[in-house]
Ligand binder design. Structure first.
Ligand SMILES: Cc1ncc(COP(=O)(O)O)c(C=O)c1O
Length: 383
């Protein structure tokens, strides 16, 4: 047999999924997966149901329903300060689809792309599939996981074509400050880099405020603003995301949609339209719940020296493990075997996750308390 594509073989699986696959037995407390434990709000489900019954069950335009692109253009302007016309928006299969399309649109074999360390594993996966090399720039734990702008500047070489930014962040929960984002945008302008900004936790902010990098450089054509309805509206399974891109890129991104998925699922597009244009109370309620769970997690972990910062958003927290932990995959597997708690191994997010595990607070208060209790017992006993 001829060999399979080595790029596909080279892509590592996400450690989150590795642990999730091992954890499918009753009694396990799941703190590994970033999946809201809320149901999609009823009015959104009703809109999808009504669309199906009205016969809207066929393909849509590759870039998405015009009325959804219109609503996204309006929301980006009102909520994010990002001016993107209807013709600059492409609706995708989740933010993952948007990130991958943006990477495919700009990255060639031999290019480098800067990604945060620690950062969401799919950035490395997407870039590797494009044949590009990832260069990780450090987020500083001692600065609440803001980027180290000097180290970032030093990492930019002649092959660098793009930078991926993520705020609020997975896995740290940090909300990047305006100073950090201005620093990133300045560097992108100085070195002529595309900026791919992953903002899928934008509505889950407790401290500070969400800033879209594209809003800091109006009129610039280097920004891909990526987001989705997955986390904000508890819609992970609907697989609906989008990208607002430079106008010249849109025909290329649309072609990518055509070649890979044709279009995002039509009923999910109708659901997303209802999500964006309907009442936002559920978003606020879910955000308040994540905030109180963030406080609970910090309150439980801090006295043991297992957490030295307070995430400003998203629903994640990096736990500092005591003692010398050489392999966080091994640690997560032992924790699962011995205490029935599933967490994400820090190293799946890059070297910056070494000696740490990530917990997700997207679960009930009781399960969160139980899971963290078991994690603390294990950390204290083995640390
Ligand atoms: C940082 C980040 N970006 C993108 C995604 C993908 O989101 P979606 O469900 O919209 O594809 C996730 C999902 O966990 C994520 O954490």
């Amino acid at each position: 047999m001829r060999p399979i594509n080595p790029r596909v073989e080279a892509v590592p699986r996400s450690g989150i999924r590795v642990i999730l696959d091992l954890a499918s037995r009753p009694g396990v407390v799941h703190l590994e997966i970033g999946q809201p434990n809320f149901l999609t709000p009823a009015h959104i489900i009703d809109a999808a149901d009504a669309a199906a019954r009205a016969g809207h069950t066929g393909y849509t335009a590759n870039a998405g329903l015009p009325e959804l692109c219109d609503a996204l253009s309006t929301t980006l302007a009102s909520d994010n300060g990002v001016q993107a016309g209807v013709d600059q928006i492409v609706v995708t299969v989740g933010a993952m689809g948007a990130l991958y399309a943006a990477c495919l649109a700009v990255l060639e074999p031999g290019d480098q792309v800067l990604i945060p360390d620690p950062g969401y594993p799919n950035y490395h996966m997407a870039a590797t599939l494009c044949g590009a090399e990832t260069v990780r720039y450090p987020l500083l734990p001692e600065a609440g996981y803001q980027p180290d702008l000097d180290a970032l500047a030093a990492a930019i070489g002649p092959q660098c074509k793009a930078i991926i930014v993520n705020s609020p962040s997975n896995p740290t929960g940090a909300v990047l400050s305006e100073a950090s984002l201005r620093g990133v945008v300045d560097l992108a302008e100085r070195h002529d880099l595309y900026v791919i900004s992953d903002e899928c936790y934008e509505k889950i902010v407790f401290d500070g405020r969400h800033i879209s990098p594209a809003a800091l450089a109006p009129g610039s054509d280097r920004f891909f603003t990526v987001s989705s309805v997955s986390k904000s509206y508890a819609m992970t399974g609907w697989r609906l995301g989008y990208v607002a891109a430079p106008a010249a890129m849109v025909p290329q991104l649309t072609k990518l949609q055509e070649s890979i998925v044709g279009c995002a699922p039509v009923l999910s597009q109708h659901a997303a339209l209802a999500a964006l244009t309907g009442p936002q109370d559920a978003v606020r309620e879910m955000c308040a719940a994540y905030r109180s769970r963030r406080d609970l997690a910090v309150e439980l972990l801090q006295p043991h020296g297992l957490c030295n910062y307070r995430p400003g958003g998203a629903f994640y927290l990096l736990v500092d493990l005591p003692g010398e932990v050489d392999d966080t995959y091994d640690y997560a597997k032992r924790l699962l075997q011995e205490r029935d708690v599933a967490v994400a191994p820090g190293e799946t997010f890059g070297a910056g996750g070494a000696g740490r595990v990530r917990i997700s607070t997207a679960t009930s208060d009781d399960l969160l308390r139980e899971g963290i209790g078991r994690l603390i017992e294990f950390a204290v006993a083995t640390g």
